[in-house]
Design a protein around this ligand. Structure first.
Ligand code: GLV
Ligand code: MN
Ligand code: MN
Length: 431
């Protein structure tokens, strides 16, 4: 990295992160929840996910950081700078994963930030303000359909009503898990963090798409994050004997659901053709009742995720999907209920921080791409209470939420180094 004249509070580092240590710790985290074909499964609040957080706390303790774990399990590890009362620069991500995901979605941002902070601390780099590594709980929506849980709580973005339909595949309610941790409607606000204690939030993450690799760039600098509208469509027909019920007498909920699934693909494709790929729609989970070979399906629940970088496009498509669900149900004389899960607005990230990260890349001769993020991140929530920036590193063939997710170790290390430079500059600017 570039060298700048020595100053009391340097704004550019002469330091290199410890690549071996970063990759060693990333590897240790990725072994927790490892399954077939190198897949990783650490669903939020599972034993595996808890173990990954324990290991992280151990690493943070080894680094001599001051650790705070809030009531839901978000972890904050702090190194106080010159002025411990000043607002802190936060950097982090999450450790929970999807089912059979990869090793990098989340941990790269947590361990990458930890490595940057360890490097600053062990080299006793003078910092004007505190720097914290943060690990947010439950970024993935894979268990409850509810994403960025920990960061949403920190940002004060959770209403208990929003959690009504957040239920996992085994019928466990997110609300009940929160209650078991002593988190209720009345004390949700105690998890929020006073924005005046935060100077900025930085998140290093794998791109999870093909742009950087295709363009031969090493770093992505994120302008904005696409937001999801998520809801369930529950079709209720009638369960019947599959051998005796004539075709014309059936009220098959699965056939109705299948029509809606196909419609979602069609409408998003059509819309994207006109609007240049700006909308995506997915039915990623489905429950069928009774769900046996010899019964006409009586009830089907679809989990629907529609995302776009433009709110109007997303709202338009989401309402078309809901209208079509009603039409399909009417035509088949069955019922459909729409259960809202979460509706979010696309989030712009901070322009000043974007300029800063561009400048750091320019100074260090790093090829970067300025780009939006199609995936959701904790930065979406943090951007609501502070200045937020994201740094992407390339994903091989753009694959993510899949065991083949891969980012070159060198690229991960470069991302952590850019993060370190950004942390130093933010911690030591005079603003
Ligand atoms: C998080 O990975 C998401 O679903 O975008
Ligand atoms: Mn993910
Ligand atoms: Mn992620």
């Amino acid at each position: 990295m570039a060298f700048m004249a020595k100053a009391l509070f340097p704004v550019t580092s002469e330091l290199a992160i410890n690549k071996r240590r970063l990759l060693r710790d990333l590897n240790a985290i990725s072994r927790i929840g490892i399954g077939d074909h190198g897949s990783v499964t650490r669903l939020v609040f599972s034993i595996k996910e808890l173990r990954s957080r324990q290991l992280l706390i151990h690493l943070m303790r080894q680094a001599g950081l001051k650790i705070h774990v809030d009531r839901i399990g978000n972890i904050f590890a702090r190194w106080n700078g010159h002025n411990p009362k000043a607002p802190a620069v936060l950097a982090g991500s999450h450790l929970d994963t999807v089912v059979q995901g990869g090793k990098f979605d989340g941990p790269v941002g947590v361990i990458g930030a930890l490595e940057a902070l360890r490097t600053l601390k062990e080299n006793k780099v003078p910092l004007r303000c505190p720097v914290e590594v943060v690990c947010f709980v439950g970024e993935e929506s894979s268990r409850f359909g509810y994403s960025t849980l920990g960061s949403s709580l920190v940002a004060g973005e959770v209403q208990i009503e929003d959690l009504t339909h957040a239920v996992d595949a085994h019928g466990t309610k997110l609300e009940d898990i929160l209650a078991s941790m002593g988190i209720y409607r009345d004390n949700l606000a105690s998890l929020t963090r006073d924005p005046s204690t935060i100077k900025a939030y930085l998140e290093l993450h794998i791109e999870q798409g093909p742009i950087l690799e295709t363009k031969g760039k090493k770093i992505g600098l994120v302008t904005s994050i696409a937001a999801p509208t998520r809801f369930k469509a529950v079709f209720t027909g009638q369960a019947d004997h599959s051998g005796t019920t004539p075709m014309e007498m059936r009220k098959d909920a699965l056939v109705a659901a299948a029509k809606l699934i196909t419609y979602i693909e069609e409408v998003c494709r059509e819309f994207s053709a006109v609007e240049k790929g700006r909308i995506v729609g997915t039915v990623g989970a489905m429950k069928i009742e009774p769900g046996v070979m010899n019964a006409v399906p009586g009830k089907v629940e679809l989990s629907i995720d529609i995302r776009s970088i433009t709110a109007e496009a997303k709202d338009r498509v989401a309402s078309q999907v809901k209208d079509r669900a009603a039409e399909i149900a009417r035509a088949r004389d069955i019922d459909v209920e729409i259960l809202p899960i979460r509706e979010e607005l696309p989030v712009p990230l901070n322009e000043e921080l974007l300029l800063l990260t561009k400048h750091i890349c320019d100074q260090n001769g790093i090829a970067y791409e300025v780009m939006p993020s199609g995936a959701g991140h904790d930065a979406m929530q943090m951007a609501k209470i502070t200045r937020a920036a994201m740094i992407f590193v390339p994903s091989k063939r753009g694959i993510s939420h899949n065991p083949s997710e891969w980012t070159e170790p060198e690229d991960i290390c470069l991302g952590s180094q850019v993060l370190l430079e950004t942390m130093i500059r933010l911690a030591n600017d005079e603003g």
